[in-house]
Design a protein. Structure first.
Length: 327
């Protein structure tokens, strides 16, 4: 189906250019020319330091690899806008689609359309849950760090620092995301039995919301002597640190975060955070290579895991002093 439609599209190149240019933002460099493959990027858009670094890296890598990348971000985690962008990419018959989803479910119908049109899909950062067998055929590979590993590192830090047990809180991202579930699953798999989570609350990846939520939790459970806070991203961890400081508990409550942004590493050096787990956003080259290999008829691994690391105050200072951090 796709091949003969492509031939028609090449004959009507002017119409194709207009159609593709309308699909994304001005970052897309315009439409496709006949010598380049066109890739649609269904993106999350503005969400914090990790997201900015990740999406900029992907855009840069695909440009360097010679693709026309059409960047289509959503706003406020609006999945419907993502679905609309995805379906338009299918209708425009792009050569491949990169999907960084705001929700892990609700993609079956769109993926089925991509499979029918023989358009390969590559999920990045966040996995999606797919029930329909035809829809599953569209997804070639998932590229990104391991969220479960990140959750495991948080649990092991608490286990090591509180061998006799401890009470604390978990600040989660928005409900319904695979990243939230996977980081929680990693924590649950490794946390010691004598570590008690007094309460888990979503702060929606937000610094301001995390500050408010943490202040409320510290007040609610002050008699329980909370000793740790596991924030599922840096922004929430920085908000939690503000609340801990305001409560006069800096140094008494250990705060663990995930992402590894410069702001978090500096807060770690300053003693506001206790441990930062990198969730490496720099995997544009790996994504572009996977797409290129598949379109060239080569085999591509179904799960390409990106290596990440952890930071204490010493290694954070070394990383900042080296000026090698891209985010």
């Amino acid at each position: 189906m796709k091949n003969w439609k492509k031939a028609i599209a090449l004959v009507a190149s002017a119409a194709a250019l207009v159609s593709v240019a309308a699909c994304g933002s001005a970052d897309s460099e315009g439409g496709s020319d006949s010598g380049k493959k066109t890739v649609g990027f269904v993106a999350v858009g503005p969400e914090g330091g990790f997201r900015t670094a990740n999406e900029n890296d992907i855009k840069s890598a695909f440009k360097d690899a010679g693709f026309d990348l059409i960047y289509s971000p959503t706003q406020n985690n609006d999945q419907q806008k993502q679905i609309q962008a995805f379906n338009k990419f299918v209708n425009d018959e792009v050569d491949a689609i990169i999907l960084s989803s705001t929700e892990d479910s609700g993609w079956d119908e769109s993926l089925k359309k991509a499979a029918q049109a023989e358009i390969p899909v590559f999920t990045v950062d966040r996995n999606v849950e797919v029930k329909d067998s035809e829809a599953k055929k569209a997804i070639v590979s998932h590229i990104g760090p391991s969220n479960e590993w990140a959750g495991e590192q948080a649990a092991e830090f608490v286990n090591k620092n509180f061998p006799d047990g401890a009470n604390g809180f978990i600040l989660e991202g928005p409900a319904g995301l695979s990243v939230v579930k996977d980081r929680g699953a990693g924590w649950d798999a490794k946390v010691a039995k004598n570590v008690k989570v007094l309460e888990s609350q979503s702060a929606n990846w937000s610094t301001d919301e995390a500050k408010t939520v943490t202040a409320g939790l510290l007040d609610k459970y002050k008699s329980e002597n909370p000793q740790f806070i596991f924030a599922q991203n840096d922004e929430m961890g920085l908000g939690a640190a503000q609340a801990v400081d305001a409560a006069g508990l800096k140094g008494k409550v250990k705060i663990i975060t995930i992402d590894g942004t410069k702001n978090a590493l500096q807060a770690l050096v300053d003693g506001d955070l206790s441990y930062v787990i990198e969730y490496n956003p720099i995997f544009g080259k790996e994504t572009a290579q996977a797409v290129k290999d598949y379109l060239d008829g080569k085999d591509v691994e179904s799960d390409i895991q990106i290596e990440s690391k952890t930071f204490d105050a010493t290694s954070a200072k070394e990383a900042l002093d080296s000026n090698s951090r891209a985010y």
